[in-house]
Write a protein that binds this ligand. Structure first.
Ligand SMILES: Nc1nc2c(c(=O)[nH]1)N[C@H]1C(S)=C(S)[C@@H](COP(=O)(O)O)O[C@H]1N2
Ligand SMILES: [Mo]
Length: 430
């Protein structure tokens, strides 16, 4: 549901594309809609389930001591090669093995590592500013995103190969996978009670697995049919709000987005809501409403006499693209101080006819890189990029960087937000 937004997922080199992972056909065949907001909301919901499930599994391995049977040993690499030859029909006998053979040890330990990799790369692209050291370690935002994607393909490949191998290994093996037990030795040497006991366990195991699958499917259906709260099923909305609270609590005003050397020239353009009509920068005024509701009109000329700050940062659109852009203007915190505005919980910004509007938490607005800007990539802001004044807020996605600011309102009650009303995360923090 989300990959259409930024078609970077392909196999190819330079301008040549051998294969696109998500052509339009992919959506048509699977009956998926192109709804980025819902895809993201689901992602950040099931992300919790996968992460907690993975943590529980690793904890179980550690506590039960079963990691002994799973961790590859020195000889595993050589033996795994023999297993491979055997499975390809090039070798008759298998090396001796415990519960898992060498190839299984490597594959299963590898999957645990892949899980850890998915969480690390996922966090890096989810919070590339708050967790900028992690994103840096993984090669940056765009790299981390590709790594996250390849790991996902790795899981898919593991699943397919694994199911194929289990099918090849036969019924008994599948049964022991489900029950956790297996019948060993030739039938005549076994305890006479073993076979009925195994049958019972098999039944119980399959019933448990079937019930788990049914609960999963029912849960999925339930989730997606709940009444909507601001454009998304309410459990997903609650989850987005909880995620926002969590990252808001971890927010540190002193932690800045990584800086880049200044850039010049054209920048990518996105979003033109509320940008029609002519602008006259010299006569431009801002409607400013203080926390107590007191309104005043502030001339842009005066705002622009305040001390100037410049920032070059990686700008990120929620649709998945990013680019390094330079901005210059006045810190929002200095604007507040100069006009004697009092801290409220939220700040709302609006275009002239309120066609586009955003609301943002005060902590993020007071961040030292949050600027009211009139200059971009070394030149005065153009009308398409938000002249005469736009917001720069590197700790948020592009959706919050309102272009063409006409009103700034402070309030303790959360004001409406254009994209949050259409199913997106209100916090939208990076
Ligand atoms: N007034 C207004 N501001 C807006 C938008 C818009 O549609 N209207 N789109 C937002 C989005 S989604 C993005 S990604 C950025 C894009 O900024 P740019 O066109 O300067 O690259 O502007 C943001 N600010
Ligand atoms: Mo965007």
């Amino acid at each position: 549901m989300i990959y259409w937004a930024n078609p970077v997922y392909r196999l190819g080199a330079g301008g040549f594309t051998l294969f696109r992972f998500f052509p339009d056909r992919f959506y048509a065949v699977l009956g998926l809609d192109h709804w980025l907001a819902k895809g993201m909301a689901i992602h950040f919901f099931v992300g919790w389930l996968f992460t907690l499930n993975g943590l529980a599994y690793v904890l179980y391995l550690a506590v039960s001591g079963e990691w002994h049977e799973l961790l590859p040993e020195k000889k595993s690499w050589r033996e795994a090669f023999d297993v491979l030859l055997h499975d390809l029909g090039l070798r008759r006998d298998l090396p001796p093995a415990g519960k898992f053979n060498a190839a299984q040890r490597i594959a299963y330990a590898g999957v645990v590592l892949m899980g850890a990799g998915s969480v690390a790369t996922g966090l890096a692209i989810y919070k590339p500013v708050q967790l900028s050291p992690l994103a840096g370690l993984l090669g940056g935002y765009e790299r981390a995103r590709l790594e996250h994607f390849w790991l996902m393909l790795g899981f898919a490949a593991f699943f397919v190969v694994h199911v194929a191998q289990v099918m090849r290994a036969g019924w008994n093996n599948f049964r022991s996978m489900v029950t956790g037990w297996e019948l060993a030795g030739p039938p005549e040497s076994r305890d006479p009670g073993a076979a009925p006991a195994m049958r019972r366990m098999t039944r119980r195991g399959f019933m448990t697995a079937g019930a788990a699958a049914a609960i999963g499917a029912a849960g999925w259906g339930w989730l997606l049919t709940r009444s909507e709260e601001r454009g998304t099923p309410w459990p997903l909305r609650k989850n987005l709000e909880a995620n926002g609270k969590l990252w808001g609590a971890l927010f540190r005003c002193g932690h800045e987005a990584p800086a880049y050397p200044p850039v010049l020239g054209r920048a990518r353009l996105n979003g033109d809501i509320g940008l029609d009509g002519a602008v006259d920068p010299r006569g431009w005024t801002l409607d400013v409403v203080d926390r107590d509701g007191r309104a005043r009109s502030v001339a842009l000329r005066d705002v622009l006499t305040l001390p100037r700050t410049a920032a070059t940062i990686e700008f990120r659109c929620i649709e998945g693209w990013s680019q390094v852009m330079s901005f210059a203007g006045v810190r929002f915190s200095e604007f507040m101080e100069h006009y004697g505005l009092r801290r409220a919980r939220y700040v709302a910004l609006e275009t002239p006819k309120r066609e586009y509007y955003v609301s943002i938490d005060m902590d993020s607005m007071l961040h030292p890189q949050t600027l009211l800007v009139d200059e971009m990539n070394g030149a005065p802001l153009t009308p398409e990029h938000g002249a005469p004044l736009r917001l720069l807020i590197p700790v948020k996605y592009g959706i919050k960087h309102l272009k063409r600011i006409a009103a700034i309102r402070l309030s303790d009650e959360r004001p409406p937000d254009y994209w949050a009303e259409r199913g997106y995360d209100w916090y939208a923090g990076l």
